[in-house]
Design a protein around this ligand. Sequence first.
Ligand SMILES: [Zn+2]
Length: 255
Amino acid sequence: MTGIVPIVVAALFGAVVGSFLNVCIYRLPLGASVVWPGSACARCRRPLAWFENLPVVSYLVLRGKCRSCGEEISIRYPIVELITAAMFAIGWWYYGPSVLLASRLVLGCGLIVLFEIDREHQILPHAVTLPGILVGFLFSLFTEPGWQASLLGIVLGGGILLAIGYGYFLVRHEEGLGMGDFKMLAMIGAFLGWRLTLVTLMMASLVGSLVGLILIVARRGDMKSALPFGTFLALGAAGAAMVGAGALDWYLSLW
Ligand SMILES: [Zn+2]
C-alpha cells in the first residue's frame, strides 16, 4: 500500500499510541497501573473528558492548561505524541507493512518511554526493559536480525555494560552506570542484533561525551555529573536502526 492516505492513517495511529506512551512515562516511575484508571489532571485529579484526551489537538485547544485548576500541562505530552506520530508515518513509508516494521515500532515506543523516564528520573523501569528483551527475541524469530544475532545481541549488549559497570565499581568504589543500563542495551540487542548493538553503544558514547563536554564548557556540570546514559542509549539505538550496519563497516574500516 503506497500513497499518502496510509501514511496519514499511520501518523494518526502513532499519535494515539504516543498518548499511551505519555501515560507510561508519567505512571511507570510512580509504580502505578498504565491501564487504569483513566487520565486525570496531575494537580486537581479531575478525570479528563474525551475531548481533553485527544493527542496534540487537546493541548492546543486547552492552550496547555487544565480547564479546572489552570495547572500547566507539560509540553512533553504533545512532543511525545508528535514524535510517535512521525515515527509511525516514516516507519510505514520506509519499511511498508511487515514484521520488521512492527518490530522497529515496538522498539521505538520502548525507546521513547525509556528516553524520557531516564531523562526525568534517572531510572530505567524493569517493566519496560525485561519484557522488551523477550519481545525483541520473539520478533527475531520472524525477521531481522534473526534469532542467533538477537541472542548474541542480548548477551553482548548486557554483558559489555555489566562488565564496564562492574569494572568502574572495582576501581572507583561507586556505581557509574545504573543497573538499568545493561538491561536496556540487552533489550536493544534483542531487537537489533549484536552488530547494531555495537553501533548503538558507539553512538550513545559519542553523543554522551559531546553533551558532557558541552555541559562542562558551559560550567553546568563537572566530570562526575551523572548523565542519564539510558537517554543516550535510546538516541544511539534510534540512530543505529536508521543508518544500519553500514556505520559499523565504516568504523571498522578505519582501523
Ligand atoms: Zn487540574
